[in-house]
Design a protein around this ligand. Structure first.
Ligand SMILES: Cc1ncc(C[n+]2csc(CCOP(=O)(O)OP(=O)(O)O)c2C)c(N)n1
Length: 658
């Protein structure tokens, strides 16, 4: 290892961060400066990557969980020779730059995940590690090794304080993800204050107790960093690795180093003196020395050759294993069979069960033709019904397993699913009771923001849950999810709509889907064809009952209340149309003509019914209409009784319409 060169590169990376933050007077200097030597070892020595092939399947993954330190990542991507130019670095945090305030997936080559909400990146890294283990088990053959990468994440005190990281660390230790290397920037400083104000845990003892290996090093000692990483990489002992790197936050800006003031942009005003101290030329901003440039240019040549050698292996593997190659390709393309619906048998006309049960049956059918589908539950497989019968259980001993036992760790489930989806080889889904969706909301929001095709299977979708009472009866949760941009929320009204919902979810490439399924049995809408229910659901909304006289009234419903709208229409007469609206987001994306054909503007006599808060329904029923719902918390009693008590019946629809 060329320590002199890497030490110099570290100071130049510091200079890039100082200049970028100084230029926009915003951002975070503490981490990029404090972790400069860690960056130098990672990008100069330890990581396997090829800047011109940023998606190389066998690259080591590096995630900056402490996303506020984004200039760390941008500096090193620039130095390493990714398509992140000097101008891009200089454009830090500006409109349409590829160097946004926090790293954003798909915006910048080399950025593996959108990070910033602390702790999420740790969970994502666990998902990447699981994906890597499974990829090796699934695709490597005796003759060809396609996957043997490591997953690195850099996190700070803030990440480690977050529950989502703690849940994920426990999961990783339990599942023996020894391909995961977490570097903890332990600088004893958070944002407001010294870390001692808010934490006193013994990090090494903590990690060890979670079945991790942990070592504490001087985070500015290049040799020590390299040795710790090399040891972590070499040791496939069934335990993830934590490298606790003691660092000085904002090292290089004497006025703020080692203090909470060093965390943010506060040090930027001392940039002239800091740059001089770091040996950077006064006259040139964003300076990279010829020696550093030459070092990374040479490294890029060798890493490109390594990538190309791997590509030869890949080609030979694909020729020898065409079916596996097709599976890998389909996973990467996020593609579903175009005739996926045809692989889901129609439900018998007398089928009577909850949509959660139908969902399980459908998911099993989908999984047989989509081997990339993985599913998991937060200790509720027995209730969420999404267990893949022939899928096997994911574990240290069985990384091929398709059922992931997340434990009672909903937030980690969300973050780990995101990690799997970022990695892009498999299509993750995770399940819990709808009422607990808020526990993973932070991860759902990021899946939506980053455009990840994660599927959430949320069952026990309303006060219909019954006896467990208001703690377990969601009323606001469906609407709460609907307001997240780019999240499709589908609440199907029978088993066939559930099939349509699964097809929509599993075919989606650019964002997540939440399936909202009942605990209680609801009837099949046999008066409609299977195709109309499935296709109608994929459009988000459709005419479930066509009026047979001049249109007077439109009844709108989702989920378990569709049956009441249908029944009410029979009584209300020939001029009544029923519109099933299982997914607002999909419906809103249909053409204006289609939406008008389903909900003609001229008909303002509209009544909606859904067992949840009414607020969002007003955009469909309009000011002349009525929205029936539940704008209060539920009650502990048998589910049918609660539904009647809270007005979710055919008769309430009839009364409202009249
Ligand atoms: C979930 C979440 N809560 C709060 C913040 C705001 N925040 C950003 S950085 C930070 C302090 C993090 O401390 P540490 O990880 O030690 O970072 P360092 O000071 O070492 O840069 C906080 C509270 C955030 N980004 N995410």
């Amino acid at each position: 290892m060329n320590t002199a060169l890497l030490a110099q590169a570290a100071n130049e990376a510091r200079g890039l961060a100082i200049d970028a933050v100084h230029a926009c007077n915003s951002g975070h200097l503490g981490l990029p400066l404090g972790c400069a030597e860690i960056g130098a070892v990672l990008f100069g020595e330890a990581l396997r990557y090829a800047p011109d092939a940023p998606k190389w399947l066998n690259r080591d993954r590096f995630l900056l969980s402490a996303g506020h330190g984004s200039m760390f990542l941008y500096s090193w991507l620039h130095l390493a020779g990714y398509a992140v130019s000097r101008a891009d670095v200089a454009n830090f945090r500006q409109l349409h730059s590829i160097t946004p305030g926090h790293p954003e997936f798909q915006e910048t080559p080399g950025v593996e995940a959108t990070t910033g909400p602390l702790g999420q990146g740790v969970g994502n890294a666990v998902g990447f590690a699981l994906s890597g283990k499974r990829a090796a088990a699934r695709f490597n053959t005796a003759a060809h090794t396609l996957f043997d990468q490591h997953v690195f994440a850099l996190m700070g005190d803030g990440c480690l304080q977050e529950g989502v990281a703690k849940e994920s660390i426990a999961f990783a230790g339990h599942n023996g993800l020894d391909n995961l290397i977490l570097i903890y920037d332990s600088n004893d400083v958070t944002l407001d204050a010294m870390a001692v104000v808010t934490q006193s845990e013994n990090a090494e003892a903590y990690f060890t107790s979670q079945n991790w290996d942990a070592v504490t090093i001087d985070g500015h000692d290049l040799e020590a960093i390299a040795a710790a990483i090399a040891a972590a990489k070499a040791n496939d002992n069934g335990r993830p690795k934590a490298i606790i790197a003691k660092t000085l936050i904002a090292k290089g800006i004497a006025e703020v180093a080692g203090t909470a003031k060093g965390h943010g942009e506060g040090g930027a005003k001392f940039s002239a003196a800091a740059r001089a101290g770091l040996g950077l030329p006064a006259e040139e901003r964003f300076y990279v020395s010829p020696a550093t440039q030459a070092f990374f240019t040479a490294k890029k040549t060798t890493s490109q050759a390594a990538f190309e050698a791997w590509q030869v292996t890949y080609d030979a593997w694909a020729a020898a294993n065409p079916e596996l190659a097709d599976e890998l390709t389909a996973g990467l393309a996020k593609s579903a069979p175009t005739d996926l619906s045809a692989h889901i048998p129609a439900f018998a006309a007398d089928y009577k069960d909850a949509t959660r049960s139908a969902g399980g049956t459908i998911l099993n059918a989908v999984a047989t033709v989509m081997p990339q589908v993985l599913t998991g539950s937060a200790d509720l497989f027995g209730s969420t019904k999404n267990y893949l019968k022939d899928g096997g259980d994911y574990s240290k001993a069985n990384p091929l397993g398709r059922n992931i036992w997340f434990g009672i760790r909903e937030h980690a489930m969300g973050a780990i699913c995101n990690g799997i989806a970022y990695d892009g080889l498999f299509r993750p889904s995770g399940a819990t009771f709808l009422v607990f969706a808020d526990y993973l909301r932070g991860s759902i929001r990021l899946a939506a923001l980053a455009g990840l095709p994660v599927t959430y299977i949320f069952t026990h979708d309303s006060v219909g849950v019954g006896e467990d009472g208001p703690t377990h009866q969601p009323v606001e949760t469906v609407s709460g999810l609907r307001v997240i941009p780019n999240l499709n929320v589908i609440r199907p009204g029978d088993a066939e709509e559930t099939a349509g919902a699964l097809v929509a979810a599993m075919s989606r490439t650019d964002g997540p889907t939440a399936l909202i399924l009942t605990r209680q049995t609801i009837p099949l809408m046999n008066q409609l064809t299977v195709a109309s229910r499935r296709d109608g659901t994929r459009k988000g909304g459709y005419i479930a009952r066509q009026e047979s006289a001049a249109l007077t009234t439109i009844l709108l419903a989702s989920g378990s209340e569709l049956q009441h709208a249908m029944a009410a229409a029979e009584t209300l007469g020939a001029g009544v149309r029923v519109v099933s609206l299982p997914c607002f987001e999909l419906f809103d994306r249909q053409s204006a003509e289609y939406r008008e054909s389903v909900l003609p503007a001229a008909c303002t006599h509209r009544i909606s019914i859904e067992a949840g808060v009414t607020g969002l329904w007003w955009k469909y029923v309009g000011t002349q209409g009525k929205a029936l719902g539940i704008d209060r918390f539920g009650i502990s009693a048998p589910g049918d009784t609660v539904m009647v008590e809270l007005g979710m019946t055919r008769d309430h629809v009839i009364a409202a319409a009249r």
